[in-house]
Design a protein around this ligand. Structure first.
Ligand SMILES: CCC[C@H](O)CC(=O)SCCNC(=O)CCNC(=O)[C@H](O)C(C)(C)COP(=O)([O-])OP(=O)([O-])OC[C@H]1O[C@@H](n2cnc3c(N)ncnc32)[C@H](O)[C@@H]1OP(=O)([O-])[O-]
Length: 721
């Protein structure tokens, strides 16, 4: 059934016109809604029987803002005329400058353009717990319906810049204290209270306030300039590679210096420039790509319902097991944590406690909730209590025989409906379940460390995993606030496999004579939070050495064998875990590059002997980025070619959430498409002529480069799903 969308107006006997937005699920401001609003406001302004106006949204949500699909259309076509003229024509002229008072009746949420419409009203009445914010910067644009001007005038400049630059929303309770909300009423009274407020303004019992004309909360020019100076520093820190934060501050300043209306005009002009930026393209892509991950063909579209998962057993209380336990407990899921002896069990429980305590001390969790979460945890040393768990997540070391024996045992001790999940990051699920008759309920639940903080959950399905089990795990993932991405079964799955060339390329460059600390710094300037060497330190070089042979077995034709990790370990540098790797780690201070590591690098260079003519290769920063990330793109192509992901956008989300690839670059495949498959292919080809198979372009990349196709276009039919 087509969803009913539109704007309605009902005029009551009291002379109040109630204008209602209907566009499920979030009442986004799509073009027909904007046209409808213009028409209804014009009508209400002209009608003699209308004394005052109330604006509201249907189904308990005011509005989630401008329709982001339109941005996507603009990105596809480059046609800016698709953006409706709203800020002056509707918001200033028809609403704020209307001679009839307009009151916003806000429930559920008023975000972006939604809040901006509410701020153009002459008062705002809200229900409790309504979410209010201007998150436009997360989409690479700035508020474009006057939000940059009205929010500072309603809540003060410091609070407004904080909310806009950090895209922080607030609840209506806080909005009430700040003056953004004029009255807080129970949802059942929202419309009647708003009508009354509108009539009170019309009859002069309450002030007729136009937000854009207010100056009482802005302060003096010098105070404003001091706040904006701090905002600029903040923007430099949080968004060094993005244009919208600085642009937004300029626009706010324009309004402070030359008045709100001038600010609105500048806002519209800057908005148009930003909406076409690569940053906006990347971030809008990520917005939709993230939501698309919850649509899995033959799983979410076949009428199945997720079964309730109330009790989960975790095998192994190490770093991963305790992190996963923490994530489940925080979402009110009971956890049995199993270890092999009391010492390890106590360690695991302590580590869950430390995770939860950390959240409390950072103000992310109340003491009450922490206590409740911990009360749901029980440590066990055997399988006696496994009979009534809904799911088991195995999180022991990467040892095939050990995992096989655990799954064989689980099959005996758990109910036949229990989901049997493994947190393996590399091992083939078919191999793990080889000794069982339960292959349809074996699934990969690959969390990323620290599991209670990282949002990606790779759900790995083998060719036998049932749709029901995948759906159940997706539901658990969402319940514990993760973004589940369903992927196919192969060594390294989607994320680790795509990124295995990342560290290898960095090692190759170092062996070619490039300074390793420079490599890290170039990669962090590109936007990844950690360069490959610091990331290696964090993961621990022992792990790198252990998984290396597993990858070499299947991807050996494109591996670079660097002796560097082994040499590092030999010299007692395990990484952050023992305070020494490529960097030195001391409590309370940032990691420091360790110059002593250079002699180890020299030793490695002697062994590999790949420097051209024995001299360090000179490379530009751009070449460093290309030599490190193009091999990653190349592996992403193979992942796409083999159908390990459902759609290219899933790999984008996996790279953003699993590897912290910058979201404003849209994820690994989106970025590669922006750079150009042909260019990447040619660069890799040239590199492979000099340095061999590691850089050899994949068939998929070559094919798309030759045909002038994007990497994200028309995936292979060789699906593993
Ligand atoms: C000139 C313009 C100026 C203006 O200042 C610019 C803006 O306002 S920019 C906008 C500023 N506003 C924002 O940045 C708010 C962006 N939105 C959000 O943060 C969350 O969606 C929200 C909190 C609203 C609901 O969370 P939740 O309950 O977890 O639900 P969910 O997240 O799963 O979404 C459900 C469905 O709704 C869809 N959809 C949602 N919003 C929009 C939209 N604006 N548009 C279109 N679609 C939208 C979403 O794609 C999904 O569709 P599907 O087909 O079912 O996959």
């Amino acid at each position: 059934m087509a969803k009913k969308i539109g704007v309605t107006m009902e005029v009551g006997n009291d002379g109040v016109a109630v204008i209602t937005i209907t566009n499920p699920p979030v009442n986004s401001l799509a073009s027909p809604i904007i046209a409808g609003l213009k028409e209804k406001f014009q009508d209400a302004n002209q009608r003699n029987d209308v004394k005052a106006i109330v604006l509201t949204g249907n189904n308990g949500r005011f509005s989630g803002g401008f329709d982001i699909n339109v941005f996507q259309q603009v990105h596809k076509t480059g046609d800016l005329s698709l953006m409706p003229e709203v800020s002056v024509e509707l918001v200033c002229n028809l609403m704020e400058d209307s001679r009839k008072p307009v009151v916003a009746a806000v429930e559920g949420l008023a975000l972006g353009g939604g809040l901006e419409l509410a701020m153009a009203c002459h008062a705002r009445v809200a229900a409790p717990k309504a979410q209010l914010g201007l998150p436009e910067l997360t989409l690479g644009v700035i508020p474009g319906f006057g939000g940059t001007q009205r929010l500072p005038r309603l809540v003060g400049l410091a609070k407004a810049t904080d909310m806009i630059l950090l895209s922080k929303s607030i609840l209506s309770e806080e909005g009430h204290k700040l003056g953004l909300v004029d009255a807080l009423v129970p949802p059942g009274d929202l419309l009647s209270a708003s009508r009354k407020w509108a009539l009170d303004i019309a009859d002069g019992r309450k002030p007729f306030l136009r937000s854009l004309h207010r100056t009482d909360k802005i302060g003096s020019l010098s105070e404003a300039r001091a706040i904006l100076k701090n905002s600029r520093q903040l923007a430099k820190k949080i968004a060094p590679n993005m244009p919208q934060h600085h642009a937004c501050i300029e626009v706010i300043e324009e309004g402070i210096v030359h008045g709100g209306y001038s600010g609105v005009l500048k806002e519209a002009e800057v908005f148009k420039q930003l909406v076409l930026s690569d940053t906006a393209k990347g971030l809008v892509h990520v917005f939709f790509a993230q939501r698309a991950t919850s649509k899995v063909p033959n799983v979410t579209d076949v009428g199945l319902k997720p079964r309730p998962i109330k009790k989960v057993a975790i095998i192994g209380g190490g770093l991963m097991g305790s992190g996963i336990a923490t994530a489940l407990l925080l979402s009110n899921i009971r956890v049995l944590l199993k270890e092999i002896n009391t010492e390890y069990l106590m360690k695991g429980i302590k580590s869950v406690e430390a995770n939860i305590k950390g959240l409390v001390s950072r103000g992310k969790l109340t003491q009450d909730k922490a206590g409740k979460a911990l009360s749901l945890l029980k440590g066990v040393l055997d399988y006696t209590e496994f009979k009534d768990v809904d799911m088991v997540i195995e999180a022991v070391i990467e040892n095939i025989q050990l995992k096989q024996s655990i799954f064989k045992e689980l099959e005996k001790v758990c109910s036949p409906h229990c989901i049997l999940a493994s947190n393996t990051s590399t091992i083939d699920l078919d191999v793990i379940g080889e000794k069982t008759n339960s292959k349809d309920r074996i699934v990969g639940a690959h969390f990323f460390s620290p599991a209670h903080l990282m949002t990606l959950l790779e759900i790995v399905r083998s060719k036998n995993t049932s749709a029901q089990v995948i759906l159940d795990l997706m539901a658990v993932g969402k319940a514990i606030k993760k973004v589940p991405v369903v992927v196919g079964n192969c060594i390294g799955f989607a994320v680790n496999r795509t990124f295995f060339p990342y560290a290898q390329a960095a090692h190759m460059l170092t062996n070619l004579g490039v300074d390793l600390f420079r490599i890290d710094s170039v990669i962090t300037s590109f936007g990844l939070p950690l360069g490959p060497f610091q990331l290696g330190d964090l993961a621990g070089h022992g792990i790198g050495l252990a998984v290396g042979p597993i990858y070499a077995k299947v991807y050996g034709d494109r591996m670079f064998n660097s002796p560097l990790t082994e040499l590092l370990l030999k010299s007692g540098r395990n990484g952050k875990i023992n305070g020494r790797g490529f960097y030195i780690y001391e409590k309370g201070s940032k990691p420091k590059p360790d110059p002593q590591v250079l002699s180890i690098v020299e030793e490695s260079r002697k062994l590999t002997n790949i420097m051209p003519g024995g001299k360090p290769r000179s490379v530009s920063d751009k070449e460093i980025v290309e030599m490190i990330l193009f091999p990653v793109v190349n592996e992403a192509c193979r992942v796409l070619d083999e159908g390990v992901v459902i759609r290219a956008a899933d790999l984008d989300i996996a790279s953003v959430l699993g590897m912290s690839f910058p979201s404003y670059r849209g994820g690994i495949v989106f970025w590669a498409d922006m750079v150009g498959p042909k260019y990447i292919y040619e660069r890799l080809k040239r590199l492979s002529e000099t340095y061999g198979g590691f850089f050899k372009p994949s068939r998929y990349l070559e094919e798309r480069a030759m045909k002038g196709m994007l990497l994200s276009e028309s995936q292979s039919s060789r699906s593993r799903m």
